[in-house]
Design a protein around this ligand. Structure first.
Ligand SMILES: Nc1ncnc2c1ncn2[C@@H]1O[C@H](COP(=O)(O)OP(=O)(O)OP(=O)(O)O)[C@@H](O)[C@H]1O
Length: 240
């Protein structure tokens, strides 16, 4: 069930991030609205992961600000994140799905219901009692998705969730993600896989050397990128 008060749009204004005196993100301003998935793409080292971590609140910006709507609520409650390499607890598959629900303060019966529902969503219900760390890479990533989905976030951040998966496992993750999108979850995702970006994106944020060069509807971005850097990236000619 969606919280009655939306936390979107999410606005970043003049966002900067520097580490050890090196600017990694510079003057990033963008608005993320409810609706179709936002895919953040760009060459290796462009700052995609750093941007996602800033938006999620895992990193603090060195400059600028991030503002969620629905200030009355706690934005942390409306969003969840899945990482490239999931960190699973040394407990069962079900135990992993239950854990964040307990942290969120949900009642026992509701925790059990949501965890079971999320495991069914990702096709892991039959493996509920297995030790999570013995799952395959693809299964572990599906469990990480279940763990996040069980929180019923309005916004789900995914950082290269398929980077270490084979094509079949990648397809499975994409199907789960598509189901979440159909259910109304706003997806904000980084990927280096242009095919995946084309399959999933409603809009594209193109990042290059720490700056947002384009934010555009996916159809327009892929058909007619507005900057020479994006055009070169789409041709496979921009490596940094
Ligand atoms: N906490 C940090 N401290 C110092 N440097 C960092 C930190 N996080 C990221 N970087 C550097 O910032 C740059 C951008 O990193 P980031 O991981 O965001 O890029 P990316 O676009 O996600 O790249 P990739 O596609 O290779 O994952 C890189 O040069 C990286 O080494």
């Amino acid at each position: 069930m969606r919280a009655p008060e939306t936390i979107l749009p999410l606005r970043a204004e003049g966002l900067g991030f520097a580490a050890n005196g090196v600017a990694i993100l510079r003057d990033v301003s963008l608005t993320i609205e409810a609706g179709d998935p936002t895919l953040i793409i760009g060459p290796n080292g462009a700052g995609k992961s750093v941007l996602l971590r800033l938006l999620h609140g895992l990193l603090a910006p060195s400059a600028g600000r991030i503002a969620w709507a629905g200030a009355a609520g706690d934005p942390a409650r409306g969003q969840a994140m899945v990482f490239q390499r999931p960190v699973l607890l040394r407990r069962s598959v079900l135990g992993n799905a239950l854990y964040p629900l307990r942290l969120a303060g949900l009642a026992r019966a509701e925790r059990a219901r949501r965890a079971r529902e999320a495991l069914a969503l990702v096709g892991l219900d039959a493996l509920a009692d297995r030790p999570a760390r013995r799952l395959s890479g693809g299964e572990q990533q599906r469990l990480a998705l279940a763990r996040a989905a069980a929180l019923h976030p309005e916004v789900l951040f995914l950082d290269e969730p398929c980077a270490s998966l084979d094509p079949a496992a990648t397809r499975a993750v994409e199907e789960i993600v598509a189901t979440l999108v159909r259910r109304g979850t706003k997806l904000v995702m980084t990927t280096h896989d242009l095919g995946q970006a084309r399959r999933l994106a409603g809009e594209v944020v193109f990042l290059h050397r720490g700056r947002v060069l384009e934010q555009a509807p996916a159809g327009r971005f892929f058909a007619a990128p507005a900057t020479p850097e994006a055009a070169a990236f789409l041709r496979g000619e921009l490596v940094w």
